[in-house]
Ligand binder design. Structure first.
Ligand code: CAA
Length: 423
């Protein structure tokens, strides 16, 4: 597999995140639902959850994350030859989110552009494809843009409601990556046909068999980690300094690591508890602020980990666990590159979390109740309540095409970005 780059490494060169500007504090949700707030903040580990507004969707979040990646990561967009978006928040049966992102960012025409779907695993499928595209030599020195973008949404008042969220994570995948060198071809996989979580075409909210989904996730940890470890022992891979998990809610990462420690590695309760605090805890800060971002959740955990600890992790091995309901899972690993701390600092990974607006419960409910109604017609510029440096979904035109506005492309709805690409 590694023929094309046998003397080189492949992995994640830069990361950026994007979230909606608004969030709901879980204490406010608990009060409205008459639930002790500790159930959400301690029982689930959730502090805030990002709420997408009327002009935010998987395209705008993906575009904002990718444009931050280019600006903060010093990325040469003319070198991109692969754009893949992992998403499970469908906006069209046919036209992919990736085409909008490609158009809005003005990326090269010589490019493979597509979406990937398998619940929260879609981003990992896109990443694996990108890594293998580069490692095979087919990229011929070009880079891949992988974006994970989703809006996690459950019915109002349902048990899943406190585990919502929204956001995107953009990854630049290259040879000789500056952040994380992935171990190409060394992964552990697990799959089983289960109905733990699903999003029927007729609905915007996800349906979930909540407690069953937790047990499916834990089975997948044992299956994927076990397969990875067997191969790792054979290769003499060595210890993992940290592990980032898919984080539907913070407590789930704790359950996952505990299950791996006790059921797969024979640790006792106390050892499992202290390992979790040391090796997983630092990756969870962004998830506690944003909530579930489905496809991007594992990579938001990686971003938080590198933001907090890239300095102490240079040269160390990090494990990654991706889970997609339905289900499929993959465990893999990478090594934090020398110099990653300086790169992570220049990426200012937490910046999108700093300037957000707290919704009161009434405003949250109003947004959710209006959610089914996509803006009919195209909203005039001065009526779009999205900061001008962000991408905005401004409506659906007379031919039922989605129209977006992006500041650096001019302030009027772009007929060329939305419409030419659809033609
Ligand atoms: N103080 C402190 N803790 C409290 C508490 C209180 N007053 N009351 C309850 N708790 C604790 C409980 O003990 C429990 O902790 P443990 O799991 O450690 O035992 C925790 O709070 C949650 O309580 P419940 O299990 O009673 O909560 P619930 O039944 O209302 O719902 C849930 C929990 C099933 C996770 C639900 O939020 C849900 O369905 N979420 C969506 C599905 C999901 O995220 N599944 C994860 C695996 S699937 C996946 O990963 C794919 C994906 O992204 C969706």
């Amino acid at each position: 597999m590694n023929q094309g780059t046998s003397s080189s490494t492949v992995g994640i060169d830069a990361i950026a995140i994007a979230t909606p500007r608004a969030y709901l504090d879980l204490v406010d949700l608990a009060a409205a639902r008459d639930v002790p707030s500790d159930k959400y903040t301690k029982g689930l580990g959730a502090i805030r959850m990002a709420i997408a507004g009327r002009h935010e969707d998987p395209v705008t979040l993906a575009t904002d994350a990718a444009s931050r990646l280019f600006a903060r990561g010093g990325v040469d967009a003319s070198r991109i030859g692969y754009v893949a978006v992992g998403t499970e928040t469908g906006i069209d049966h046919s036209k992919p989110v990736a085409s909008y992102v490609h158009g809005l960012l003005g990326l090269p025409a010589a490019c493979r552009v597509f979406d990937t779907k398998h619940a929260c695993f879609g981003g990992t499928a896109a990443l694996m494809g990108a890594v293998e595209w580069i490692a095979s030599g087919a990229a011929r020195g070009r880079s891949a843009l992988v974006v994970c973008s989703d809006i996690a949404r459950y019915a109002l008042g349902s048990p899943g409601e406190p585990t919502q969220g929204a956001g995107a994570v953009a990854l630049l995948v290259t040879e000789r990556p500056r952040l994380l060198e992935l171990e190409v071809g060394h992964t552990g996989t697990y799959a089983r046909d289960v109905h733990d979580f699903w999003r029927p075409l007729s609905r915007r909210d996800a349906l979930v068999d909540g407690h069953y989904s937790v047990s499916c996730y834990l089975d997948a940890v044992a299956g994927a980690f076990g397969a990875w470890r067997d191969e790792d022992v054979r290769r003499g891979g060595g210890a993992l300094a940290r592990t980032a998990y898919h984080v539907p809610y913070v407590k789930m990462a704790k359950k996952a690591d505990r299950h791996r420690a006790i059921a797969c590695e024979g640790l006792d309760e106390a050892a499992a508890e202290s390992r979790f605090a040391r090796e997983v805890g630092p990756s969870l800060a962004f998830a506690a602020e944003v909530g579930n971002v489905y496809t991007g959740s594992l990579y938001m955990a990686l971003a938080a980990l590198l933001h907090a600890e890239a300095g102490v992790l240079e040269g160390e091995r990090v494990g990654l666990f991706s889970y997609g309901s339905g289900c499929v899972a993959e465990f893999f690993a990478g090594r934090v590159a020398a110099g990653a701390a300086a790169v992570a600092e220049s990426l200012a990974l937490d910046e999108p979390l700093r300037d957000r607006v707290r919704l009161d419960f009434g405003a949250y409910e109003a947004i959710r109740r209006a959610d089914g109604d996509e803006p009919a017609g195209v909203t005039a510029d001065d009526a779009v309540d999205v900061a001008s440096d962000r991408c905005a979904f401004v409506g659906i035109d007379a031919a039922e095409r989605r129209v977006y506005r992006r500041a650096s492309h001019g302030s009027t709805p772009r007929a060329d970005a939305a419409n030419t690409a659809a033609a």
